[in-house]
Design a protein around this ligand. Structure first.
Ligand code: C5P
Length: 224
């Protein structure tokens, strides 16, 4: 059977990653969380006090960043590593969520990440989730999904997810973060978040994760 690329784009906290991960497992495909890459870059920039407005500092920092996804057999999934160090837990925290959209709007950051993402999936057989996968990273992806959901539902899901990881954040702060990220992600000059003309929209407001997974797998089955 030919291997394809499944691109899942959309707004923050619509269930993209959870769905993409499960679809990849079901299909025996690889999974690449591109948001984790921008989060890892943000963590590095914070640690190294990189001035986002200084292109030289940004370029020098990007040269020192090596991001990998290492499989952890104990939990049965990939963990994001920054220069060999497991940063999976750290990059999910709110202070990173509050910074990442500014970092990911920098064109040089995007060019570096997009080049790596294209390399990672050059053999296809991959589910990739993010904001620009169907428009920029793989405009030739066989399957493109564009996810959205009501902001209140997204905020609630995000709060529950953070709580499961031990971080209690007010729903107002989460809502503000989601809205801020949506605003920056959709309005940046370099590959903004936008639905590709050939993407299939999926509103997950009233869907369970299982339903979302079934929906994407059914769509992929029709395209193979
Ligand atoms: O997917 P996640 O919410 O973890 O992504 C974090 C942030 O990374 C997004 O809000 C967006 O600013 C950025 N991002 C991006 N392009 C991608 C994936 C994520 O700009 N392909």
């Amino acid at each position: 059977m030919p291997k394809i690329i499944i691109a899942i784009d959309g707004y923050s906290s619509c269930g993209k990653s959870t769905t993409a991960k499960a679809v990849a497992a079901r299909m025996g495909y690889g999974y690449i969380d591109t948001g984790a890459m921008y989060r890892a870059v943000s963590l590095f920039f914070i640690q190294q006090h990189v001035a986002l407005t200084n292109p030289k500092e940004v370029a020098a920092a990007l040269d020192q960043i090596h991001i990998t996804f290492n499989f952890n057999p104990r939990i049965g999934r990939n963990e994001t590593c920054l220069n060999g160090l497991n940063v999976e837990e750290e990059i999910r925290k709110m202070y990173i969520s509050n910074y990442v959209s500014e970092v990911s709007a920098i064109p040089e950051v995007r060019w570096a990440m997009v080049a790596q993402q294209q390399k990672m999936a050059r053999r296809r057989g991959v589910v990739m989730d993010g904001r620009d996968i169907g428009t920029k990273v793989f405009p030739d992806a066989e399957v493109k999904v564009f996810m959205s959901a009501d902001t209140a539902v997204r905020a609630f899901r995000r709060q529950r997810e953070l709580l499961e990881k031990g971080e209690l954040v007010d729903i107002e702060d989460i809502t503000a973060n989601i809205e801020k990220r949506d605003r920056i992600d959709t309005s940046r000059a370099e590959s903004p978040l936008i639905q590709a003309p050939d993407a299939v929209p999926l509103d997950t407001t009233h869907m369970t994760i299982e339903e979302q997974i079934d929906w994407v797998v059914a769509l992929a089955d029709r395209r193979i």
